[in-house]
Write a protein that binds this ligand. Structure first.
Ligand SMILES: Nc1ncnc2c1ncn2[C@@H]1O[C@H](COP(=O)(O)OP(=O)(O)OP(=O)(O)O)[C@@H](O)[C@H]1O
Ligand SMILES: [Mg+2]
Length: 586
């Protein structure tokens, strides 16, 4: 028999989409507070929100006569016609959050608007009581108790209070990062956990992430057409070996989007290793009609009109912002910050509390956070001071009088502040990569004509790739003539390349090119990377002094002399200080 579901059941079903756990209640309530124009938001939780969640704000409030309707499904003050969804400035608009929450918990709301007395309403078992007068300051306070009391299956899915609390902290962190001017307070089981006052974004990041983030952030500020990208990125000290500190906001709303995250990772590509994740908090400002937020009830997934365009804008923005890192010679000991300190938020001891037992509020499941945490700060500090005293890239130029090759692999030479070690293969690779990129841009590379043109056969599919990339190969200095039957004649090769190897290099480039295309943002980059890798001198190639000098000179003429197109360091500096330290002179 088909029948209509009761209102209560409908609400419970849709609550399943919006209210997953205590942190989702916090999310909805904090969003409502932000939408109400509040500049102070206080969140109190008990037992990880399983027992109690209370969110209070000093926003506009709700008038006493509207209190009951605020808890009706599909009732909202934020939109009135469908088109409003495409010019939405508020976080909420579906008019279902309060109804959903009230269907699976016990709710008390006290609210007061300007020029009216405060009012209170209780909702139990999905049934609203009477609105009664209550003493209150302007704003709203909503208290949720016994979440999922009437849906035991859902309640069973909740994790321990500690884990649920962590999720709440993470939720608060998102809103704190996207609203640095708003004061946030979080109190858990009677303890002040978070206390944030109006501040700028950089200070806010330091306060919600970790004090060690101070001085480790690179500012991002980029405008292209009607897109604006702003925020902060972490430098290499803030790189972690697991994800979790990547924040992308779209017009102030936290969103999850793998493609856009990968735009940031790819911009870092040349300096990050696989499995390393940089910190970032980025706000993308787009015209409202370029994005559809109404894709999912939680609104963290959105649909863009042109995702790839945004991808490229973000990538360029990040590349620009991290360029200072690329201009610094990597140290002999690369700072590796793989410590997993994820206890972030400032702990504020209660009055009279001198030696707080960290275990009680520690959000990390492992108890030795402190031990790991300390060196991180020290290292971060020393890195920051090193950066300040680091020679400018140009003063890092090597003294070409004294230059040696060791193990037919590395070039060693003194510089003012110590000595540098250069990997000859990646150095040449960087030079060739940039030259190839410039060649595509109308600055063709030099070619050497072969005395005896060579014939080369291809399989039909390889041949069709070859035809695609032929114009680019020609700009790199290859001259290839079609000879019919999937065959070409090689008439000239880049003068950079040694003879005799051309067939191999062309073959490998075509193989590689297809593989590498996924990693690079453009066809040209993939081709240039694959060419430079194949054509560069190898480890094991003996270089004479003249060749070494020329290579080093050309390397310093490139845009990024310190990192190869695949992200490995090209030059490592061993400072006098480091030497002194190793010999225990200091
Ligand atoms: N803290 C608050 N201060 C002022 N008004 C509030 C507050 N919380 C809720 N409201 C009012 O109650 C209405 C219903 O809230 P609810 O969260 O259910 O829906 P919404 O925010 O409009 O949309 P969504 O379901 O997308 O969150 C809001 O539109 C708003 O007018
Ligand atoms: Mg809402």
């Amino acid at each position: 028999m088909i029948k209509q579901l009761s209102k209560d059941l409908r609400n419970k079903i849709s609550a399943g989409e919006v209210v997953e756990r205590p942190s989702s209640v916090v999310k909805e309530l904090v969003e409502n507070s932000l939408d109400s124009g509040a500049d102070e938001i206080k969140v109190i939780v008990e037992k990880g929100g399983k027992q109690l969640i209370q969110v209070s704000d000093n926003g506009s409030g709700i008038s006493s006569k509207e209190l009951p309707i605020a808890f009706e499904r599909f009732s909202t003050s934020k939109i009135s016609v469908f088109e409003d969804i495409f010019k939405i400035n508020s976080l909420g608009f579906r008019g279902e959050a309060l109804a959903s929450i009230a269907s699976v918990s016990e709710v008390k709301i006290i609210s007061k608007i300007k020029n009216e007395d405060g009012a209170e309403l209780l909702i139990k078992n999905g049934v609203a009581g009477n609105v009664v007068p209550a003493a209150a300051l302007k704003g709203t306070s909503i208290t949720i108790q016994n979440l999922f009391y009437n849906t035991p299956a859902r309640r069973k899915f909740l994790k321990s209070p500690r884990v649920e609390f962590r999720k709440i902290v993470e939720m608060i962190r998102r809103y704190a990062l996207s609203n640095p001017s708003i004061s946030f307070k979080l109190i858990s089981d009677g303890r002040d956990i978070v206390k944030l006052n109006n501040e700028d974004l950089e200070d806010r990041i330091v306060h919600v992430m970790d004090p060690a983030y101070r001085d480790q952030l690179l500012q991002l500020n980029f405008i292209k057409g009607d897109y604006a990208i702003a925020g902060f990125l972490g430098n290499l000290n803030l790189v972690r070996t697991r994800p979790g500190e990547q924040y992308i906001f779209l017009n102030g709303r936290f969103i999850k989007n793998r493609l856009l995250n990968s735009a940031v990772y790819n911009a870092y590509k040349s300096i990050l290793n696989r499995g390393e994740f940089p910190f970032f908090a980025i706000n993308i400002v787009l015209p409202h009609n370029e994005v559809d937020i109404n894709v999912h009830p939680m609104k963290t997934e959105v649909r863009f009109k042109d995702e790839w365009r945004i991808y490229h804008v973000i990538k360029s923005a990040v590349e620009e912002a991290i360029s200072p890192i690329l201009k610094t010679i990597p140290d002999f000991e690369k700072p590796s910050f793989d410590n997993q300190f994820d206890f972030p938020i400032t702990f504020i001891p209660k009055e009279g509390e001198v030696n707080p037992n960290q275990e009680n509020f520690n959000l990390n499941t492992s108890s030795n956070v402190d031990i790991k945490f300390k060196p991180t700060i020290d290292r971060a500090k020393s890195y920051a001071s090193q950066l300040a005293s680091r020679p400018e890239p140009n003063s890092g130029k090597v003294d070409l009088e004294n230059i040696w090759q060791v193990h037919s692999k590395y070039i060693v030479s003194p510089i003012a502040s110590g000595l540098v070690i250069i990997d000859q293969h990646v150095a040449h690779e960087r030079v060739l990569f940039e030259e190839a990129m410039a060649a595509f841009d109308n600055n063709p590379m030099a070619a050497q004509t072969l005395l005896f043109p060579e014939e080369m056969d291809f399989s039909p599919d390889q041949f069709s790739i070859l035809l695609d990339v032929l114009p680019y190969l020609e700009k790199m200095g290859f001259r290839l003539k079609e000879f019919g039957n999937n065959t070409i004649m090689i008439e000239a090769i880049p003068s950079e390349m040694s003879w005799g190897n051309e067939k191999n290099i062309i073959k490998e480039m075509l193989d590689n090119f297809l593989e590498s295309q996924k990693q690079y943002s453009s066809f040209q980059e993939a081709l240039a990377a694959s060419f430079s890798c194949k054509a560069a001198v190898k480890a094991g190639d003996v270089l004479n002094i003249q060749e070494m000098k020329e290579l080093v000179n050309r390397l310093f003429g490139t845009k990024h002399p310190y990192y190869c197109p695949h992200g490995r360091p090209i030059i490592i500096q061993l400072s006098l200080e480091e030497l002194d330290r190793r010999f225990e002179r200091i």
